[in-house]
Write a protein that binds this ligand. Structure first.
Ligand code: MLT
Ligand code: MN
Ligand code: ZN
Length: 290
């Protein structure tokens, strides 16, 4: 299985356009930037699926080069973990597709604002996902969602969707029959699913619960936003599993390579997800080539 980290930041990216918090200032001064959270995965190196679609998504790597047909692309579809804008507005940038398959749970498919807009531009196939039910993808992967909560995006709060179910946030378990990767960028609480995989890419939005207030004055805690702070997930990490944190908010000190918090991740055998890199998972010992 190949996993390509297209973006590893939370909504707004790093630096965020309107933010002068210490993290954004340090990123500007150091010439560092991170795009918003999106992965691409492939079982065979030929068929690729996007996991979420951030607004600053760029699909310009050689692996995704179109052809041989004039409008043929290795991108076979998109799998969503939530209906949040930072995970779904990138769908609009795929409107030139001849056809597009989007997998998500029923409430997410019914809520995502980009989907009815896309219907005017391309043939969108909606693939409803049900927690615990595996779906086969092209290239030898299966994806199985697991429930992580009923937190709706702010735009969908209190709105009837007409869709059954309350799986607004899911994690994804991907398998190629040899290796298993779990992707859970929005994690309100620890889940046993995160202790059982070769690689787990998990919610690294905030390091501490009150980080947003302390860094920016915005009065929302990590837990109120449905994000388990890293300092609370670190003690839960299971031995034998490789953990990479993603969806880093620009206030998060782990985004700085020389921070004490990044060093703390490494002491626990974890790290931040390597943006821009393709990692291959597999082989007899499930080695991760970074
Ligand atoms: C989240 O991850 O909690 C949301 O994307 C926050 C937002 O609305 O930007
Ligand atoms: Mn987000
Ligand atoms: Zn900032």
């Amino acid at each position: 299985m190949r996993i390509w980290f297209l973006g590893t930041a939370a909504g707004g990216g790093l630096p965020q356009w309107n933010c002068a918090c210490p993290g954004c200032r340090a990123a500007r001064d150091g010439g560092r930037s991170l795009r918003q959270d999106t992965l691409a995965v492939s079982g065979d190196g030929r068929s690729w699926y996007l996991l979420n679609a951030a607004p600053d998504l760029r699909l310009d790597a050689p692996e995704l080069r179109p052809g041989p047909g004039l409008r043929e692309t290795p991108v076979r579809g998109v799998v969503l973990t939530s209906a949040e804008l930072d995970h779904t507005t990138g769908l609009l940038g795929l409107r030139e597709a001849t056809a597009l398959t989007v997998f998500a749970t029923r409430p997410v498919l019914a809520a995502v604002p980009a989907l009815p807009l896309l219907d005017h531009y391309t043939a969108v196939t909606r693939g409803p996902l049900t927690s615990g039910v595996a779906v086969a993808l092209e290239g030898g992967l299966t994806v199985t969602p697991f429930p992580l909560g009923a937190k709706r995006p702010r735009y969908a709060t209190g709105r009837a969707t007409g869709a059954p179910g309350e799986d607004w946030v899911v994690g994804l378990r991907l398998s190629d029959g040899r290796s298993t990767m779990v992707y859970a960028p929005c994690l309100a609480a620890w889940s046993a699913e995160l202790a059982d995989a070769n690689l787990v890419i998990l919610d690294g939005t905030f390091f501490t619960d009150d980080e947003l207030l302390r860094s920016t004055g915005v009065r929302r805690t990590a837990r109120q936003m449905g994000h388990l702070p890293i300092e609370e997930s670190l003690p839960m990490l299971a031995p034998g599993v490789r953990y990479l944190y993603t969806h880093l908010n620009n206030t998060n000190p782990v985004a700085r390579p020389d921070s004490a918090q990044r060093a703390a991740l490494r002491r626990h055998g974890a790290d931040v997800a390597p943006e821009g890199e393709i990692l291959s998972l597999g082989g007899p010992h499930h080695l991760v080539d970074l």
